[in-house]
Each structure stands twice: as structure tokens, then as C-alpha cells.
Ligand binder design. Structure first.
Ligand code: FAD
Length: 117
């Protein structure tokens, strides 16, 4: 089947959105279990990412830049950095990782409270 650049780009945008939003919601002070879960998630994401070429490039990036999983800030900063590595390879503009702050908002509010409260 022919490559479809539009579908590939859409998959990328959706995936990055989930990826960064997940980092933005990762605990500021994760337990060891939280950190292991994130590390495992990232590794499986890289292994199972549906675009095979993308996945193999991304796996190489993970070897060069091991996932930072010790806090929300380090995870979000790391994810921004590796996305910039992909941007660089694809000749896309760099994102200013200092501005990652509230850029990714899941819209879930404080999920300890029930919806509508
Ligand atoms: P995207 O790169 O999808 O970014 C979406 C939005 O995220 C941007 O508009 C911006 O608001 C924000 N953003 C940009 N940079 C950052 C950053 N560093 N940190 C946080 N937010 C940021 N495509 C290929 O053609 N070849 C590949 O090998 C390839 N590998 C990929 C590997 C992975 C793991 C993923 C998730 C995607 C990959 N893609 C690849 C897709 C590619 O990265 C883009 O998603 C796609 O080309 C669409 O690009 P875009 O310009 O819309 O912006």
C-alpha cells in the first residue's frame, strides 16, 4: 500500500498530544511504581508505534536520550527534548521547552472532584 503522508502526520499530532499531556499529568513526586510504569509505557510506545520507520528512529532516540521519569518536570522536559529531536530530523521548527508549562491541559480539571462539582 502507498504511503499516506496526511494520515501519518495526523497520527503523529494525535500521538504527541497524548504523549505530552500524559507527561503534564505525571505526578510531581512519583512513587517508584509510577516511574516504572512511565518508563515501561514509553518503551512500549516506541516499540508499538504504528509507523514502523518512526518507531525504529524513536527507539534509537530513546537509547541516546533515556526517559527521564523522576518527576513531572523532568518527564515533560525530556519529552519536549525528544520531540524536538524528531522535529530537527523532519526539518520542523523547534519548540521552546521553557514554554511547555500549561501548554498541555487535559481538560480534566481536578479529577479528585466529581464532574460538575
Ligand atoms: P507535530 O510535530 O505533530 O507537533 C504537534 C504540535 O505539538 C505542534 O503544532 C506544536 O504545538 C507542539 N510541539 C511541537 N514540538 C514540540 C515539542 N518539542 N514539545 C512539545 N510540543 C511540541 N513523521 C515522519 O514523517 N517520520 C518520522 O520518522 C516520524 N517519527 C515520529 C515518531 C514519533 C514517536 C511520533 C509521535 C511521530 C513521528 N512522526 C514522524 C510524525 C511527526 O513527528 C509529526 O507528528 C507530523 O509530521 C505532524 O507534524 P506537525 O508539524 O503537525 O507537528
Amino acid at each position: 500500500k502507498l504511503e499516506n503522508a496526511t494520515a501519518k502526520a495526523e497520527l503523529g499530532r494525535a500521538s504527541w498530544k497524548l504523549f505530552h499531556t500524559m507527561m503534564a499529568r505525571f505526578p510531581e513526586k512519583p512513587s517508584e511504581e509510577d516511574s516504572l510504569a512511565l518508563k515501561t509505557y514509553i518503551q512500549l510506545f516506541a516499540r508499538l508505534y504504528p509507523c514502523g520507520d518512526c518507531a525504529s528512529h524513536f527507539q534509537k532516540l530513546l537509547k541516546k536520550f533515556p526517559p527521564q521519569i523522576s518527576s513531572r518536570n523532568s518527564a515533560a522536559g525530556w519529552a519536549c527534548h525528544v520531540h524536538n529531536q524528531v522535529n530537527e530530523r523532519l526539518e520542523k521548527p523547534m519548540f521552546d521547552c521553557n514554554k511547555i508549562g500549561d501548554f498541555y491541559d487535559c481538560g480534566c480539571g481536578d479529577d479528585k472532584k466529581a464532574a460538575g462539582e
